[in-house]
Design a protein around this ligand. Structure first.
Ligand code: ADP
Ligand code: MG
Length: 580
């Protein structure tokens, strides 16, 4: 139902442009996201948040005094890339270190971790606190696997208040961690959402039904029931949240809690107040003391109809951060001392040099190979375009439905960047490297980040001098596999693209050892890749977005495995044509 858009591919960028135009006095746009217009104090720690677009006010709406210093904003429902996160971090860095604070989704974790590693390598102290408040997404014993939803706000607030009070980064991270350990949420949905330009909803909930525990990207809920009345819903949410009181709080009686009733997009404020009326009564009856409740839209999912309830179990320290004043485009509390308005206090957004490394000219052999690489990337892009909808469908069964769109976005960017490098007479290694950078930067998400890693490792192995042979390709694919496993931590049979990359790499290496030609070895390995992708349908996902709904995915192959096999097979056709 998101009716108004121009080019759907530009939607996320255009919404940021409009958001910044509407808040020029306090917000500035930088590469990768938005930051506060006014500088942090020299030497203080700063706090960066971020995530996909389509959840406003999360995340750009929470940038400002009393809340985040900057937000990295990904594409629609896709994590920001590591490059975007680094740009935002560099723009607000005040010399006292940086705290990353974000919700627990595989794509966000991978990209923030990658950004953290890159910034640390530049000598910047970076810590991360990952919010895991959604009690429906994993059992209490596996809290680290839980997703983050509206409980992000109290954690962001705790971190930001500590940072702006001039506390050292260690303290900021400690307070944010304490907040995260005391926040619990549960959401329900009555309808799905439709992304800009899509002709059907990304996911749906049958009319008259309510899905308990559904995620903000349509990750399926735990179970479905008939939609209750407003009071019935309040009772269910309160009962389930009071069944999981975080230690050391031992009883609801006398406990002080921050309460958030969050609308997911299509629920009217009037309806929220009707539900909140009952929540207030129920919590009062159980002896809880409600502190500064928030009934609002905080983390949405386009036009999804649904709500979530969050309880933030306070102690004295956290209560101070929860009630502290804030003034951001979407969240206001109390009276804040306005930032100094002098010109010197305004952040001069230094646009990081466009990541255009000076490309070394490749040798004649390597330039010839670069043409094959480019043709393979184009073939991959076309193969994915044909299967885009199907890949989205596979991902929607237990994940969030964005795999086809994300792959297409990444490959389109990769082909564009590869073309520019080819025209600049780069060798095959450099062409793969810039294509990988462009892919991960523009696709975001888990697979975008991992494909960036795959291409960069392959590029590294091929280099820009030698004529690539099967041994170099096998070395590159093996290095890519090792890097993907080290970053994503997926094992064989966890139902991810590793289930294709692993046997593909083994087969290519075997071909090289047996002295096969590149074409022979790649073709044989591509057949194995295709079979391995198909075989993932029997597996149960153990990692990534699909894990909480493992049983729903049995019988369906893993989307990332399928797209990887499609790309390997598209490359196979090109390699056979060039016969190298
Ligand atoms: P997201 O999960 O962020 O929405 P995509 O939908 O683009 O990203 O990609 C999903 C695919 O990514 C999965 O089908 C799986 O193959 C792959 N994937 C997810 N998590 C991991 C991981 N930790 N390691 C390797 N591959 C992963
Ligand atoms: Mg996905």
């Amino acid at each position: 139902m998101t009716y108004l858009f121009n080019n759907p591919a530009q939607f996320a960028g255009e919404l940021v442009e409009g958001f910044v135009a509407a808040h020029r006095n306090t917000i500035q746009r930088v590469n990768g996201g938005v930051i506060r217009r006014h500088k942090a104090k020299p030497g203080q720690a700063v706090m960066i948040i971020g995530g996909g677009s389509g959840h406003y006010p999360a995340f750009g709406g929470f940038v400002g005094q009393g809340l985040a210093h900057g937000a990295a904003l990904g594409n629609v429902f896709a994590a920001p890339s590591a490059q975007q996160i680094c740009h935002v971090a560099q723009a607000v860095n005040a010399g006292g270190g940086i705290l990353f604070c974000y919700a627990n989704y595989a794509g966000d974790v991978l990209n923030f971790e990658q950004a953290q590693a890159q910034l640390r390598a530049q000598g910047i102290d970076v810590r991360s606190v990952v919010v895991t408040d959604d009690i429906a997404s994993a059992a209490v014993a596996e809290q680290h696997k839980r997703r983050g939803i509206a409980g992000t706000l109290p954690v962001f607030k705790a971190a930001a208040v500590a940072a702006d009070a001039g506390k050292p980064l260690d303290e900021v991270a400690r307070i944010a961690t304490a907040a995260k350990e005391r926040v619990r949420s549960l959401g329900v949905a009555f309808s799905g959402c439709t992304l800009p330009g899509a002709n059907k909803p990304l996911f749906e909930v049958a009319s008259g039904k309510m899905e308990v525990g559904m995620g903000i990207h349509g990750e399926p809920g735990l179970y479905r029931v008939d939609a209750p009345s407003a009071d019935g819903l309040a009772e269910m949410l309160v009962e389930k949240l009071l069944a999981e009181i975080p230690p050391p709080v031992d009883s609801p009686a006398g406990a002080r809690v921050g309460v958030i009733l969050n609308g997911l997009g299509a629920v009217k404020y009037e309806e929220l107040f009707v539900i909140y009326r009952k929540i207030d009564q129920l919590l009062f009856r159980r002896g809880l003391i409600i502190v500064e409740p928030v009934v609002d839209e905080l983390i949405t999912s386009f036009d999804m109809a649904g709500v979530s309830l969050t309880l933030f179990w306070l102690n004295d320290e956290l209560e101070q951060t929860w009630i502290a004043a804030a003034d951001t485009p979407a969240f206001h509390r109390g009276t804040i001392v306005p930032a100094e308005q002098s010109e010197e206090n305004i952040t001069v957004a230094v646009q990081p040099a466009q990541d255009q490394q000076l490309l070394k000219t490749g040798s004649a052999d390597s330039q010839a190979a670069a043409k094959v690489v480019f043709a393979a990337l184009e073939a991959a892009r076309d193969a994915i375009a044909l299967q885009q909808e199907e890949l989205g469908r596979l991902d929607a069964i237990a994940g969030d439905g964005d795999h086809g769109i994300g792959m297409q976005r990444g490959l389109t960017a990769a082909v564009e960047a590869a073309k520019a490098a080819l025209d600049a007479q780069a060798g095959s290694g450099a062409v793969l490297t810039v294509a990988g950078d462009a892919w991960s930067d523009r696709a975001g998400g888990t697979s975008g980040m991992l494909w960036g890693v795959v291409l960069r490792n392959l590029g590294n192995a091929l280099g820009d001098e030698a004529k690539p042979d099967v041994a170099m390709l096998a070395t590159g694919v093996t290095a890519a596999l090792e890097a993907v496993v080290s970053l994503g931590k997926a094992q064989l049979n966890d139902k991810t693209l590793v289930d294709v990359l692993y046997p593909f790499s083994a087969a290519l290496t075997q071909g090289a050892v047996r002295g096969l030609s590149t074409t022979e070895a790649w073709t044989a390995a591509a057949e194995i890749a295709e079979r391995s992708a198909e075989a993932t349908k029997n597996l149960t996902p153990k990692i990534g977005r699909a894990r909480p709904h493992a049983e729903k995915s049995i019988g369906t192959p893993d989307p990332g495995a399928v797209s990887m096999a499609l790309i390997i097979c598209a490359a196979d056709k090109v390699i056979r044509k060039y016969c190298f």
